[in-house]
Ligand binder design. Structure first.
Ligand code: NAD
Length: 252
């Protein structure tokens, strides 16, 4: 990880900020790219990193982020495509406009990121990209038409990119957080604590640092033979039907 130059989109807060902290702690040079200026500058300053105001849906904005990273550090070794927004309406209530907005940020944003870093990573002799999907990209969750579709898309796009970028020694993997305590989920009632999330085998929601550690591993050379993989970091939420445990226990 030492001296790797890593761009983290949506890195101003939440999971992105935790991933940045984990990588900076191991000596990476971080570029925080986010719409949120105040939080972004603060997070970047905490980790000795650079902040660039960024909108993942804009190709020009991606060019600016790449240019800033190259100007500051001369190379790009890693990208964490983490920026995202949620949706939580039933199909019958979700508008086409919002559905397409979520796809644009969560899926097209990742596509633009892959395109933007390809040449710099080729020039660096390789690289590692982590795309943040979700448990909602591994299993169907009601009320996530836009969000879930985007995250299933990110999971597939990750594997396509892994095949296309492999010859350039660029690894591409997806991380699938489960219910994690951030601004995105706390407003919908997520609560930290043992027993607060019985749908997961571990019975609790995760905290951003637990996702950041997995991202850091995949960016680092410790994962040098891992590409095209999907890593669930979800307390066992998508491993299977944990609710059946009570029934089986009662019967046996
Ligand atoms: P968050 O809202 O705290 O952080 C998201 C960040 O993305 C914010 O800083 C926001 O400003 C930024 N962002 C949004 N749109 C952007 C755009 N167009 N351009 C640049 N930046 C933009 O949420 P979080 O929980 O930390 O989520 C981070 C990622 O993890 C998202 O992709 C989310 O879907 C995924 N995820 C989160 C959870 C969870 O439970 N929190 C679970 C699964 C997956």
């Amino acid at each position: 990880m030492k001296d790797k130059v890593v761009i983290v989109t949506g890195g101003a807060r939440g999971i992105g900020a935790s991933a940045a902290a984990a990588m900076a702690g191991q000596g990476a040079k971080i570029v925080i790219a986010d719409l949120l200026e105040e939080d972004g500058r603060k997070t970047a300053a905490e980790h000795g990193g650079l902040f660039v105001k960024h909108d993942v849906t804009s190709e020009e904005s991606w060019q600016a982020v790449v240019a800033a990273a190259l100007e500051a550090h001369g190379r790009i070794d890693g990208l964490v495509n983490n920026a995202g927004v949620a949706s939580n309406l039933l199909i019958e209530k979700e508008s086409l406009e919002y559905f397409e907005k979520v796809l644009k940020i969560n899926l097209s944003g990742v596509f633009l990121g892959l395109k933007a870093v390809l040449e710099p990573m080729k020039a660096a002799g390789g690289g590692s990209i982590v795309n943040i999907s979700s448990a909602a990209g591994l299993t169907a969750l009601p009320g996530t038409a836009g969000y879930g579709s985007s995250k299933w898309g990110v999971r597939g796009l990750t594997k396509i990119a892994a095949l296309e970028f492999g010859p350039y020694r660029i690894r591409v993997n997806s991380v699938h957080p489960g219910m994690t305590y951030t601004a995105m989920t706390s407003q919908h009632g997520a609560q930290v604590g043992e027993g607060m999330f019985p749908l997961a085998a571990l019975g609790r929601v995760g905290v951003p640092d637990e996702i950041g550690a997995a991202v850091s591993f995949l960016i680092s050379d410790a994962a040098s033979y891992v590409t095209g993989a999907e890593l669930a970091v979800d307390g066992g939420w998508t491993a299977g039907e944990v609710v059946m445990l009570d029934q089986v226990t009662a019967q046996s």
